[in-house]
Every structure is written in structure tokens, then in C-alpha cells.
Design a binder for this molecule. Structure first.
Ligand SMILES: Cc1ncc(COP(=O)(O)O)c(C=O)c1O
Length: 315
């Protein structure tokens, strides 16, 4: 067993699990990249660490600076954890209708929560954070949707990990939130392995699958444009909240306690498996299931669980 000097060293290097038993096509193997194994339980530890490191290196962040970020979930929690360790004040703008577990996690790491109107969703949180950052020029907004460090860290770490662990990968499937995972991993795999296709999972426009957004809902993240997202993605697959919850339960059958977007990614990977003759699909389980327990996603009647999931803002 290795001994690590700081929690930062425990970020990334996540395991990959062969879940080919869940493949609907015997000639297609399925592998889950388990990002819930990061210290705060999500892929966003990678992104928060990379954004803070970069802002320290270029002088944007100074000792005891204040960080403000609109986040309904994982990025806020990851920033709060790293910010606390490094002595920054962290303020997270949070829509009123996120699960209590998220608020509690932010409390654990001492972040200040600023509420934005629930009915305006995550776009309302972004608007309020931008207003506050403008009114307080000494606050730093790292803004994961527009921060190059987001796709870059996936290019530098997540992509190479997948290529090393599953070198015969033919398809990479992941959900699209900020698009950082798809862009960074996708670009790395296409540059370093032959013929890998990158397929994105999106909720239908106007519907919610936690962690994910539809580009058709009107907001295209700046990093998506800057990294040539439209050319990089080979295909988009629509996955509905019901499919996501069903697949989240299938992951539990394999012992994987995943957030709902991991279920969406599995649902997308299974759909992909029916559209190809043979192949090796790697999909991303972006976070652990802990923050979703209050939704009853595993235990309630499926209709009730879907209804709960649809009432909560996730990305
Ligand atoms: C739970 C969850 N799943 C998936 C995603 C999507 O990842 P990305 O932002 O890299 O597109 C996010 C982040 O927004 C997330 O929090």
C-alpha cells in the first residue's frame, strides 16, 4: 500500500470495472470508469484541482482569496474541499432545489452557500454568480464551463488512464454537462488510438438527467466551442430520466453505487452496443450514489423515483 503526502495525490487514477455482463450484445464488452472513487466522490475533483492549480500559477488566486462558483453539485463540493485545505474562502451559488445531501457536503467543507431562485435552475445560478463576481472584483470565478483547465485535465489524466487500462477501446461514451470529460478524453483517445469513436449522452431537450444538459436547451459551453466539440463528437444519444434510473439500478446489481448520470452513461453504452456489431465500450460513472439517496432512486417504485429525479436540479 502506498502512503500519500496529500489528498491531492488521491485525485484521479480511478479504477475501471468490466461490466460486460450488462451488455445486450455478446460481441460488445462494457467497461465502467469509476470516478466516484475520487476523494469527494466525483470526477469534478480532477477539474477543481486543475482550475485552482492553474489560477494559483497565473496569480489569479492569492493567499486567502475568495472563490465564487455557480454549481449545483459536484464541482462546488470539490472546490470547497480543495479550497478549505488551501485557505481560500469558497462561496457556491446554488439553486434552491438541489438535494439536501449537496448542501450538507458543502457544509462539511465550510463553503458559504448563496441561494439562487429554484425556478431559474442552473442558468439562474450562473447569472447570479456572474453579477456577484462583477460587483466584487476581488472574488475569483473559475467558471468550469469556460475554463480550459477543465478539458485539459481530462486530456492529461482521464484519457491516458483509459487508454492504458483498456487499450482495445473502440467507443467512448460519457454524459455531457460542461463537456469537459468528452472533449478532453475524446481528443486524447482520437490522437493516440486508431478509430475510437466518441458518443455523447444527452437528456432530451427540456428534460433533466442529473449532471447532464442538452445542447439544444440553448446554452453551449465556451469550452465546447473552443475544443471543436461539434467535430469531435461522432454521435449524440438521447437518454431519458427513466432509462437512467433503470440503468443506475443495473449498476447496483453489479455492486456499483453510482449517481444517476452514471446510469445515463450505462444506458447510452447499452444503446450503443445494439448499434454496432462488435466492440469495446468504455463509459464514465461520474460520481457515487451518496448524494442521491433522498431521491429514492434505488428503492422507490420506478414511477415515483423518476418523478423525484425530475424535480431536482442537478447540473
Ligand atoms: C454527476 C455528473 N455527471 C456528469 C457530469 C458531466 O461531466 P462534464 O461536465 O465533464 O461534461 C457532471 C458535471 O457537470 C456531473 O456532475
Amino acid at each position: 500500500m502506498a502512503v500519500y503526502r496529500s489528498i491531492d495525490e488521491l485525485i484521479g487514477g480511478t479504477p475501471t470495472l468490466d461490466v460486460s455482463g450488462l451488455s445486450p450484445n455478446p460481441s460488445v464488452r462494457l467497461f465502467a470508469k469509476l470516478e466516484g472513487h475520487n476523494p469527494t466522490g466525483s470526477v469534478k475533483d480532477r477539474v477543481a484541482l486543475a482550475m485552482i492549480d492553474r489560477a494559483e500559477a497565473d496569480g489569479t488566486l492569492q493567499p486567502r482569496s475568495t472563490i465564487i462558483e455557480p454549481s449545483s453539485g459536484n464541482t462546488g463540493i470539490a472546490l470547497a474541499m480543495i479550497g478549505r485545505r488551501r485557505g481560500y474562502r469558497v462561496k457556491i451559488v446554488l439553486p434552491g432545489n438541489v438535494t439536501d445531501e449537496r448542501r450538507q457536503m458543502l457544509d462539511v467543507y465550510g463553503a458559504q452557500i448563496i441561494a439562487s431562485p429554484a425556478e431559474q435552475g442552473s442558468n439562474g445560478a450562473v447569472r447570479l454568480a456572474l453579477e456577484l463576481a462583477e460587483a466584487n472584483p476581488d472574488w475569483t470565478m473559475l467558471y468550469q464551463y469556460g475554463n480550459e483547465a477543465n478539458p485539459e485535465v481530462h486530456y492529461r489524466t482521464t484519457g491516458p488512464e483509459i487508454a492504458a487500462d483498456v487499450p482495445d477501446i473502440t467507443h467512448f461514451v460519457a454524459g455531457l454537462g460542461t463537456s469537459g470529460t468528452l472533449l478532453g478524453v475524446g481528443r486524447y483517445l482520437k490522437e493516440h488510438l486508431d478509430g475510437v469513436e466518441v458518443w455523447a449522452v444527452e437528456p432530451p431537450a427540456g428534460e433533466q438527467v442529473e449532471g447532464l444538459r442538452s445542447l439544444d436547451d440553448g446554452y453551449v459551453p465556451p469550452i465546447f466551442e473552443n475544443w471543436g466539440g461539434a467535430e469531435l463528437l461522432d454521435r449524440k444519444m438521447i437518454v431519458r430520466p427513466r432509462d437512467s434510473i433503470e440503468a443506475t439500478r443495473m449498476l447496483a446489481d453489479e455492486g456499483v453505487f453510482s449517481g444517476i448520470s452514471g446510469g445515463a452513461a450505462l444506458a447510452g453504452a447499452r444503446k450503443a452496443a445494439t448499434r454496432i456489431d462488435a466492440g469495446v465500450i468504455v463509459f464514465v460513472v461520474s460520481d457515487h450514489g451518496w448524494k442521491y439517496l433522498s431521491l429514492g432512486a434505488w428503492t422507490h417504485d420506478l414511477d415515483v423515483a423518476v418523478e423525484h429525479a425530475e424535480q431536482v436540479i442537478y447540473f
